[in-house]
Design a protein around this ligand. Structure first.
Ligand SMILES: C[S@@+](CC[C@H](N)C(=O)[O-])C[C@H]1O[C@@H](n2cnc3c(N)ncnc32)[C@H](O)[C@@H]1O
Length: 304
């Protein structure tokens, strides 16, 4: 029997396992910033890619991708990461500036540099939750750049398959304040019970006015798209076999779960946002992105 609860335990840093996917997303963001029509800009991203032995030789500028957009990994998949970054940037800025949240929790933060990139309201705290090895690498690179966060940035080292509430509250998280939560590129790596637990905890720790965005895959069978060019290129070009990193257990209906708990939920496809913004990936046959959904949930005030 496969030990899904701890299948990624072997590698803690960015050198392999699920940690290496954080570098892949960083490379996608670096490439996005170099596009003439970029959707998001992350000037830190290329520094992570250039610093890690595991990403030696990966491109950080579109000019370094000989087949450009035709490359399923560094073209279309990287653009997906650019689109996702932009959409969740907008979500968090809306949740803080307009919605009034003054705490942001990035679950599975990886090499996310929003604490440094985005203009946060005064008094905002950004908690970055990930495993120790990933955050240690991140700090090594950011320290070398003398990067200055634009909010109070609080790293929280923990494993989201375990009981992580204590780590978050010990780090100064205040459940009495409205919070903006984000689980971007995370949930499909977690065992289903850990995803359900995450929703329960986020709900319990969220007062009204809080918001939560997350990404899920709704495919009943992830292997349906096993020959998708995105999976094949990712495996062949950089040695990341996403299908073996994803947790294979049947997924919970987390959007439905939050709705049952009184949250308003909006479930959208990435393609909805490509169309809205006029750029980004659109559907293709045998598409690994087909089952991806982005969920935007709000714990609204009783009479709004
Ligand atoms: C694909 S990366 C996404 C990183 C970031 N959210 C982004 O979009 O740039 C997945 C991240 O989830 C983290 N992660 C996966 N499983 C985790 C776990 N059980 N506990 C904590 N972090 C985890 C990995 O270490 C990695 O940084």
């Amino acid at each position: 029997m496969v030990d899904t609860a701890h299948r990624n335990t072997g590698v803690d840093g960015v050198g392999g396992g699920v940690g290496l996917t954080a570098l892949m997303v960083a490379a996608g963001r670096a490439l996005e910033g170099g596009r003439h029509d970029s959707l998001a800009r992350d000037d830190f991203a290329e520094h992570f890619v250039l610093a890690a032995p595991a990403s030696a030789g990966w491109p950080v500028h579109p000019d370094q991708v000989p087949d450009g957009e035709a490359n399923p990994l560094w073209g279309r998949f990287a653009r997906y990461f650019g689109l996702r970054t932009r959409v969740f940037d907008d979500f968090l800025l809306q949740a803080t500036h307009v919605g009034g949240a003054r705490q942001v929790v990035l679950l599975g933060a990886g090499l996310d540099t929003r604490a440094f990139r985005l203009d946060w309201p005064a008094g905002c705290a950004v908690f970055e939750v990930d495993r120790p090895g990933v955050l240690a690498f991140k700090h090594q690179v950011l320290d070398g750049l003398s990067a200055t966060p634009k909010a109070t940035r609080i790293p929280v080292t923990t494993d989201l398959r375990d009981d992580w509430v204590g780590a978050l509250t010990d780090a100064g998280f205040d459940p009495a304040l409205p919070t903006a939560w984000l689980a971007e590129g995370l949930l499909f790596y977690l065992p289903a019970p850990a995803e359900s637990q995450l929703m329960r905890v986020a709900d319990k720790l969220s007062v009204r006015g809080s918001a939560l965005a997350f990404e899920v895959k709704v495919d009943k069978d992830l292997w349906v798209y096993r020959d998708s060019s995105i999976y094949t290129a990712t495996r062949e070009q950089i040695g990341i076999d996403l299908l073996t990193l994803f947790d294979g257990s049947p997924r919970p209906d987390s959007a439905g779960d939050l709705a049952d708990r009184g949250w308003s939920t909006l479930v959208q496809t990435p393609f909805d946002h490509s169309r809205r913004l006029g750029r980004g990936p659109l559907p293709v046959p045998n598409d690994a992105l087909e089952g991806n959904r982005w969920v935007f949930a709000h714990k609204t005030h009783p009479y709004t």
